[in-house]
Design a protein around this ligand. Structure first.
Ligand SMILES: *Cc1c(COP(=O)(O)O)cnc(C)c1O
Length: 366
């Protein structure tokens, strides 16, 4: 029984009729960029998040980049974020000429440890980017309290967390802006690249709308140096079909995670921790064990997909050598990089498949 880490073809097969019809309508419409599907998707995603505005862009990376740009982040500024995330989170800070300042994570949630933030704030600090890693919202109450006190922007990297909640408030609606990715492997993924910023700040929304389209809101009159970063109609039409099912898919991921937790009870594996008040949507189901590499070997032999997110924390990446950070600088991020492993958790998995995967994992650590 070969089981991939993610099976996008299985998902497509379940919804292909509706997807094909939606794509055909776009093809026949003659309107391919920033048309009515994008407008409808922007409203629907903003609504789902409890935000006032949604602005479709070309990727999750660009959502972060344009949000930071709209907040005026510039060379010399410092932006605090996690060293244990996908590279794009820090890359966009550097792309604007600002400096990423890393803050260690909480080993239970793999999210920023809010208790460590305050000591990192300097007169140059302008913003914090909490990353809702693997689908669980970071401790936003503490982060927002600090941000308000120190007058900092908060841009949520919610690329892995569409539909996740904390105290019934959705990912993306806590900070000044929330950023999402529609990369195919995300919980709401298109058939290509795409992204969105949500915000309830009208000024930030208006700036991002201009930035994504060469700094203009009036054709051929430009008031900002912008980007070409637009969401296309084909992706938006696909995403509208999928968005209707996101709640159901996220619940299925939660049920799959609950089944793993039950099967791994008392196994010595560190399991994902869902903190009180949190609704985790398990973009990834991630376990931790000192003999992680043995588990990988066993799963590879059994043709079960698994992956290490992320093997090298950002402060130890070659490109950030200039920051002068050594191994040991962020012990929890480094521990997570050494010991974590993501198992298949996609909605279409059967309970038999989950039991089979769990059995292989348990055999490898016995
Ligand atoms: C996927 C992802 C991104 C980047 O999104 P793209 O659409 O691939 O550009 C940024 N941050 C995190 C945490 C992600 O998972």
């Amino acid at each position: 029984m070969a089981i991939p880490l993610l099976d996008l073809k299985a998902q497509y097969n379940l919804i292909s009729e509706e997807i094909n019809a939606a794509v055909k309508l776009v093809l026949e419409s003659g309107e391919y960029i920033l048309g009515k599907n994008v407008i409808e998707l922007e409203a629907a995603v903003a609504d789902l998040c409890g935000a006032s505005y949604g602005i479709g862009v070309a990727s999750g990376t660009d959502a972060l980049l344009l949000a930071l740009d709209a907040c005026g982040i510039k060379p010399g500024d410092e932006v605090i974020t996690s060293p244990y995330t996908f590279f794009a989170t820090a890359e966009v800070i550097s792309r604007l000429g600002a400096r990423p300042v890393f803050c260690d994570i909480d080993i239970d949630t793999y999210n920023l440890n809010p208790n460590l933030l305050e000591s990192l704030i300097t007169p140059s600090t302008r913003a914090i980017i909490p990353v809702h890693l693997y689908g669980q919202v970071t401790g936003m109450v503490e982060i927002l309290e600090l941000a308000h006190r120190c007058n900092l922007y908060v841009i949520e990297d919610a690329c892995q967390a569409m539909g996740a909640e904390q105290y019934e408030k959705k990912a993306g609606s806590w900070g000044d802006a929330g950023c999402f990715s529609f990369f195919p492997s995300k919980n709401l993924g298109g058939y290509g690249d795409g992204g969105m910023v949500v915000t309830s700040n009208g000024e930030i929304a208006a700036r991002i709308k201009k930035l994504r389209h060469h700094g203009t809101d009036q054709k051929y009159y430009h008031s900002l140096i912008g980007y070409n970063s637009r969401l296309d109609e084909m992706q938006a039409a696909v995403l509208l079909v999928k968005l209707k099912r996101l709640g159901q898919w996220n619940n299925q991921r939660r049920a799959n995670a609950a089944l793993y937790n039950q099967l791994f009870n008392d196994s010595g594996l560190a399991l994902p921790v869902e903190v009180p008040g949190s609704k985790h949507i398990y973009h990834q189901y991630v376990i931790r064990h000192p003999r992680r590499d043995r588990i990988i070997e066993k799963l590879n032999q059994s043709k079960i997909g698994c992956a290490v997110y992320y093997p090298l924390p950002l402060h130890l990446q070659e490109v950030y050598r200039g920051l002068g950070l050594q191994p040991g600088a962020f012990p929890m991020a480094e521990l997570a990089a050494r010991e974590t492993l993501a198992l298949p958790v996609y909605p279409e998995l059967s309970s038999e498949q989950i039991a089979f995967i769990a059995g292989m994992v348990l055999a490898s650590v016995a």
